[in-house]
Design a protein around this ligand. Structure first.
Ligand SMILES: *[C@@H]1O[C@H](CO)[C@@H](O)[C@H](O)[C@H]1NC(C)=O
Ligand SMILES: *[C@@H]1O[C@H](CO)[C@@H](O)[C@H](O)[C@H]1NC(C)=O
Length: 277
């Protein structure tokens, strides 16, 4: 019986990019928002001001659509996000310093840029190498609310680590709306073998899967948002970039999928000059 379930999961669970539903919103060129009290990613908590000073809103304009993504500030001039978020982009509006998408916030800075680097191996069909870098026009000045991640990891992310997933993505499967406020949830990293029990060979070594106690995880609108491991003094190592969820829905207990940042540490260093730590 158990084997049959696993086999069934393998067939039933397909990767869905965390921005797939957004692409159906592209027709209207508009993403609706939902106000949330104590909202969540899926099963998460609302962030405090300055708690995650590296998290960025990445609003993308392409020739045909507007896309909502998250990202993470690396050094003083780069945002790490998903390949999906920069593929065919024309311009970006980046927000740093605020957890709110809409409320007035004196700590918010809004910047526009059009410079980006998409990973040359990015595959939109398989979501392999789903990573991109956006360059700000000028180095940004750090504040209490705007600070970069500590770095990208110098060694591979192990399984069984507690990591935090951040994002403004949907808080359940039913309403296709972003959360007004940044949410976070604590998750555990899985081995890729464990993740293949759900998704089969779709999982490459460049991916990192995470799971909660129940159905916690990422959802539509979280694409590009960071998965971090907190080290001492509140510093955060960027371990993942939100990439996909299960085709059975975010509220299924299937793992959430991230791009494994460690696999791109050299590539990121070559482009940004920021050394892994
Ligand atoms: C980014 O897009 C969201 C969703 O459309 C919107 O609420 C927000 O105001 C935008 N932020 C910026 C800085 O463009
Ligand atoms: C990074 O740069 C070095 C030196 O130019 C090069 O040998 C290496 O292949 C590059 N690595 C990646 C992943 O781009």
């Amino acid at each position: 019986m158990k084997q049959f379930l696993v086999f069934y999961l393998y067939l039933a669970a397909t990767l869905v990019s965390t921005s797939k539903v957004v692409s159906t919103w592209r027709n209207t060129n508009e993403i609706n928002l939902k106000s949330t009290f104590g909202g969540r990613i899926i099963g998460g908590t609302q962030a405090q001001a300055g708690q995650f000073p590296y998290v960025a809103v990445v609003n993308v304009t392409t020739a045909t659509s507007k896309i909502f993504c998250g990202g993470a500030l690396l050094g003083d001039q780069w945002i790490v996000t998903a390949g999906q978020c920069v593929d065919q982009a024309i311009s970006f509006t980046i927000q740093l310093g605020s957890n709110s998408l809409v409320e007035d916030d004196p700590n918010r800075q809004v910047l526009s840029t059009s410079t980006y680097v998409l990973h040359p191996g990015y595959n939109p069909e398989t979501l392999d190498n789903d990573i991109g870098l956006i360059k700000l026009r000028m180095p940004i000045e750090f504040t209490d609310y705007i600070k970069p991640v500590y770095s990208v990891p110098v060694s591979n992310t192990p399984a069984g680590w507690n990591v935090l997933a951040l994002g403004w993505g949907q808080i359940n499967d039913d309403d296709g709306q972003l959360s007004h406020d940044l949410n976070w949830v604590s998750l555990a990293t899985l081995t890729n073998e464990e993740c293949r029990m759900t998704y089969g060979n779709q999982i490459t070594d460049n991916m990192l899967c995470v799971d909660g106690n129940y159905n916690e995880g990422a959802c539509v609108g979280d694409t590009g948002s960071p998965l971090v491991y907190l080290i001492k003094f509140g510093n955060a190592l960027l371990q993942g970039v939100s990439s996909f969820v299960s085709g059975r829905g975010c509220e299924s207990t299937d793992p959430s999928g991230y791009t494994r940042v460690f696999a791109y540490a050299d590539w990121i260093t070559n482009i940004t000059g920021v050394q892994p730590r």
